[in-house]
Design a protein around this ligand. Structure first.
Ligand SMILES: Cc1cc2nc3c(=O)[nH]c(=O)nc-3n(C[C@H](O)[C@H](O)[C@H](O)COP(=O)(O)OP(=O)(O)OC[C@H]3O[C@@H](n4cnc5c(N)ncnc54)[C@H](O)[C@@H]3O)c2cc1C
Length: 130
């Protein structure tokens, strides 16, 4: 809930990695999301650097806001999918759980797996290297 409703950034501070989106290990996406955070954060900060090569404090605040907005629902979805994935595998053998588990593997798992395939974009080429 914190990742959806909480403040993820102030003017010059934000969170990343497990500090932003602690998750159950069932989809093994903790480090992957942390690396995504780094690329997305680097892209927004890099795109905010002015032509003089300087980053104004106000632009940093805007960059952190864009980063938090981009990461919020991605992280929330992975956390929810990871929890669901673990829950159906571990939670009992009653008919309802068996039904949910069958539905999960037949319908939901393919969609859950598809979120792992994710393009977090490219870093800006500030050095002009081709
Ligand atoms: C057993 C296990 C298996 C995992 N398997 C996978 C996997 O297969 N795939 C996957 O994607 N993810 C996996 N993860 C999750 C992954 O390890 C984490 O999501 C990832 O490491 C989070 O990175 P992070 O940089 O946010 O935090 P961390 O890697 O925890 O780094 C935080 C760093 O901050 C340091 N630190 C803490 N407090 C302070 C302080 N006060 N001052 C200075 N430094 C401080 C710590 O020492 C640490 O080095 C696994 C985790 C575990 C525990």
């Amino acid at each position: 809930m914190v990742v959806v409703l909480g403040n993820l950034n102030t003017e010059n501070i934000t969170v990343a990695g497990d500090a932003m989106h602690p998750t159950t290990p069932d989809l093994r996406q903790g480090s992957c999301m942390t690396l995504e955070d780094a690329v997305v954060l680097g892209r927004h900060i890099g795109n905010s650097i002015g032509p003089d090569g300087k980053l104004r404090p106000a632009d940093l605040g805007l960059a952190l806001g864009k980063y938090a907005t981009e990461r919020r629902w991605r992280a929330a979805w992975i956390i929810a999918a990871s929890f669901l994935s673990g829950w159906v595998q571990q939670d009992g053998s009653g008919w309802w759980t068996k039904f949910l588990r069958d539905m999960f593997y037949k319908i939901i798992l393919t969609k859950v797996i598809s979120v792992i395939q994710y393009d977090c974009g490219r870093l800006p080429n500030r050095m002009g290297i081709s």
